[in-house]
Design a binder for this molecule. Structure first.
Ligand code: HEC
Ligand code: HEC
Ligand code: HEC
Ligand code: HEC
Ligand code: HEC
Ligand code: HEC
Length: 309
């Protein structure tokens, strides 16, 4: 099936190999093909997973879409974001790209509000240059064109070999293949917000393939000063990534605490990693028992300059 029938913008514009400085992605197996076999175990939660939904079709009954239409008469083809901020996108005149509206919708749901409506405009450059690499799948860093809206299985599991059906060592992130460095690298390609590609200068790594080492192209400031300046939600990610990628301490990874498909972090509560716990929990309260400890307000009110929320 063609990407433009399924999820909006068409597949990558082809760029001939000899004119480009960067690598290109392989023709990966798409999520529809994976879900043909994995529909029972993965399918039900995948439709609502924030990774899959991060850039999705705008439906007329969505609160943000309605607010935009009623107030301005504008319409959007896609929405981006969920809990903290929603952005509007429309198909660009340039093939395989999207324009980003400067006006934004601040959730929750029907109680949200439209902001920056005056002087709003559709920006044709920003999404491709500053956002696409972490919010869409298989982005060509040079043109900003992408293969699918939202994040497909490929961004985490890579180019999957069908031999994995008999031997799960053939697929990255299976129970049998979750080595700490590649795990932190694969999550870090998007979650280490503030890093920069050496090859392209973009804020995401160039043509990163799951299983690879992030540091080959992605430059991240892991200094104490840089980490101290981050919001706690970003700080715990940088601290964990620094421990694994720089200090070689592989005891804890993102997967010690997070389950991506269940979208759940409950298992973090029984982990023992004091330095990381203290990023979010106030260690001095409740006599050291985290069950009694407080979460300062700023932990849950996340902000990000890169994502403009
Ligand atoms: C380096 C990768 C990266 C880049 C570049 C990036 N984002 Fe994000 N974005 C993320 C990640 C990771 C999250 C999820 C953060 C979280 O939940 O803690 C996110 C979340 C968001 C959200 C959702 C917030 C919410 O919870 O509702 C919005 C909206 C957003 N980004 C917009 C943008 C825009 C606009 C740009 C470009 C100007 C951009 N992002 C560039 C990685 C990136
Ligand atoms: C954002 C990263 C990410 C994306 C995208 C992703 N996965 Fe996963 N997947 C993981 C991780 C991490 C695990 C390990 C278990 C967990 O965290 O849920 C996993 C585990 C699995 C498993 C094994 C389940 C188990 O019980 O161990 C299957 C099957 C799977 N993924 C299929 C898919 C399919 C199919 C897609 C696309 C429709 C997909 N994944 C997209 C990260 C991802
Ligand atoms: C032809 C059917 C088929 C297709 C297509 C398929 N898988 Fe699988 N997959 C299986 C079978 C069978 C297993 C092994 C049994 C199991 O664990 O479910 C498996 C195992 C896995 C595992 C490891 C589960 C574990 O035990 O840790 C992951 C992750 C996974 N598949 C992801 C994917 C992704 C991502 C795609 C698409 C790129 C995909 N699969 C396509 C049939 C398929
Ligand atoms: C290709 C980019 C990308 C990769 C790879 C990626 N993420 Fe994300 N992740 C995002 C974006 C973007 C969001 C925010 C989605 C939104 O709300 O619009 C997000 C959201 C999240 C959230 C918050 C979801 C929620 O329920 O609120 C967690 C936790 C998370 N990611 C963990 C991981 C882990 C662990 C990995 C590695 C296995 C990973 N991510 C890999 C881009 C990525
Ligand atoms: C020690 C446990 C632990 C480790 C290790 C860890 N996290 Fe987290 N993380 C948490 C907890 C707990 C939360 C907050 C719970 C929530 O919001 O559901 C969180 C929140 C997040 C969020 C924001 C979720 C939101 O609300 O938008 C993202 C994104 C995230 N983690 C990604 C990662 C990535 C990527 C790694 C690996 C580099 C990682 N985490 C390592 C425990 C951990
Ligand atoms: C990124 C922020 C973050 C980190 C790091 C973190 N926590 Fe949490 N923790 C939370 C949030 C947010 C909650 C509220 C429940 C939820 O959403 O999971 C929570 C809840 C808890 C709870 C349950 C408290 C209750 O009242 O139910 C325990 C216990 C806990 N954390 C222990 C830990 C331990 C142990 C560590 C270190 C291994 C840790 N946390 C690291 C954010 C974090």
């Amino acid at each position: 099936m063609r990407a433009d029938e399924q999820s909006g913008p068409p597949a990558n514009e082809s760029v001939s190999a000899d004119t480009r400085q960067t690598r290109s992605f392989p023709d990966y197996v798409t999520g529809d093909e994976c879900l043909f076999c994995h529909r029972r175990q993965i399918g039900p939660t995948w439709q609502s997973n924030p990774h899959q939904r991060t850039v999705r079709r705008a439906t007329p009954d969505d609160h943000a879409v309605r607010a935009l239409r009623n107030r301005t008469g504008d319409s959007a083809d896609f929405l981006m974001g969920s809990k903290r901020l929603i952005r509007f996108l429309r198909r660009s005149r340039q093939y395989g790209k999207l324009d980003l509206l400067t006006a934004v919708y601040r959730p929750p749901g029907a109680h949200g509000r439209l902001e920056s409506v005056q002087n709003r405009r559709w920006d044709s450059e920003k999404f491709a240059a500053q956002c696409a690499g972490c919010h869409t799948t298989a982005v060509d860093s040079q043109t900003g064109a992408f293969a699918a809206t939202g994040l497909d299985c490929f961004v985490c599991h890579g180019d999957v070999d069908l031999a994995h059906t008999n031997d799960t060592r053939h697929i990255f992130l299976s129970q049998t293949r979750r080595e700490p460095r590649p795990v932190v690298s694969v999550c870090g390609q998007c979650h280490l917000r503030g890093g920069k590609s050496r090859r392209t200068g973009r804020p995401w790594p160039d043509t990163f393939l799951p299983g690879e080492e992030l540091s080959a192209d992605f430059e991240v400031d892991f200094s104490d000063a840089a980490i101290a300046a981050l919001h706690p939600m970003d700080r715990h990610i940088f601290l964990n990534a620094r421990a694994v990628l720089i200090d070689g301490d592989e005891t804890t990874t993102c997967l010690s605490c997070h389950e991506v498909h269940a979208a759940d972090s409950a298992k973090h509560e029984s982990l023992n990693d004091g330095a990381l716990c203290a990023v979010c929990h106030r260690a001095d309260s409740g006599g050291g028992d985290l069950r009694e400890s407080l979460l300062p307000d700023n932990v849950l009110e996340e902000h990000s300059e890169i994502c403009e929320y």
